[in-house]
Ligand binder design. Sequence first.
Ligand SMILES: Nc1nc2c(ncn2[C@@H]2O[C@H](COP(=O)(O)OP(=O)(O)O)[C@@H](O)[C@H]2O)c(=O)[nH]1
Ligand SMILES: [Mg+2]
Length: 442
Amino acid sequence: MNDTIAALATPAAPAALAVIRVSGPRSREITDLLLRKPVRWHPQKAWHREIWDGAERLDDVVLLYWQQPRSYTGEEMIEVSCHGNPLLVDRILAAYFTRGARAALPGEFTQRAFLHGKLDLTQAEAIADLIHAGSLRSLTVAQEMKEGRLGRVLAGARTTLLELVAHAEAFLDFPEEDIDPEVGAGMLHRIDRLRDELLGLAGSAPTGRLLREGIVVVLAGRPNVGKSSLFNAILRQSRAIVSPHPGTTRDTIESLCQIHGFPVRLIDTAGHRTAEHPVEAEGVRRAEEALRSADIILHVSVAPEPPEADPVSRAPLLPHQRLLLVANKGDLGIHPERRSQLCVSTLTRQGLPELDRLLHQEIASLAPDASTGSAVNARQEAALRRAAAALERASAAFRAGLACELWCLELRTALQAVGEVMGAVTSEEVLDEVFRRFCIGK
Ligand SMILES: Nc1nc2c(ncn2[C@@H]2O[C@H](COP(=O)(O)OP(=O)(O)O)[C@@H](O)[C@H]2O)c(=O)[nH]1
Ligand SMILES: [Mg+2]
């Protein structure tokens, strides 16, 4: 961390402005080398200056200075706002690099912030989530995590664990004395309550996955029932297409959108039937793959036809999957046996608000923790479950009247695992894994 790093913090595309971040002990010194008119550096002040590479004037920029430790990374930092031309950005960066700065690795600014104690690991992870959040719910949860919500809960858990360990160690010092039953019962109660609390947090992981990766809603059904029409109708209804992009084949199309603030990956499939042609077979294979990845399957059939015409699905649903039945082309009539079904028409838009409501209901029930603001990621979940399992063993050993050393050891294991979530104790690999997800310049 003794070197000075630099990177573009904004997208590498033509824009009004681009921001280059520089962090490390030589930030000011190297910047000075690029200026003709010197700057008397004051924290959190801005200067309008020309940047020169030797005899060549590169750009006029605005320089911002953040003094250690009151900067994002906790180090000396300078932000250079230049004109947003990627070629120009490259030249300014090159000028920094030839004078001793090094190109920052992905997430390196945030990694330094973490290593300097500016944020805990859950907050660092939340910054990546914040940048990538594709819906309002994802954004809110990422913001709460970034503000240290999970960290605070875990800090409380650590305090409790430390007290329990201290208690247990006191018993270790006096092995001949029996544990007072009342004190013992109190400790057991605290251990069990903490275990439940950690399991509760770990239980928000499915919501976390859905908020980070998007809820996969797949349109299924025979060809020509109106899946693609419904796909377009839902997208128009939800109105917030983040980035529509065609799928890998012409048969599977995916679009990111928001439904009531939740991130949704809506997938239109080719529909299932026995395919003769190899290209079509590939389309069907992709459709089946999409169905396996679905959180919600929207099975479309045709309202005027009898229900037998549409065998729902050949493959059984996976445990977490939800199935919504919808009969389209309701404008052409509704078969008597479908009276209880949701009937819509993409033509007249009848029933579409009802479908929107049902979708919202299913989505909200898939991600119940989204409103409570906790949604741990896979790494956090694994460590939380390890901590809870250790507490479970501690509790069992205590109840079985086993030696104090045994359950004391388990309490320490739990303490270690809780510390891992926050990054109080972490291995190099864990940190690499976490910060690899970041983009360069963050
Ligand atoms: N009458 C009527 N026709 C529809 C409706 N929705 C779709 N269609 C028609 O049904 C045909 C197949 O639609 P499409 O969305 O391509 O079905 P897909 O093969 O399941 O994707 C097209 O000719 C559509 O215009 C509807 O609500 N009412
Ligand atoms: Mg279609």
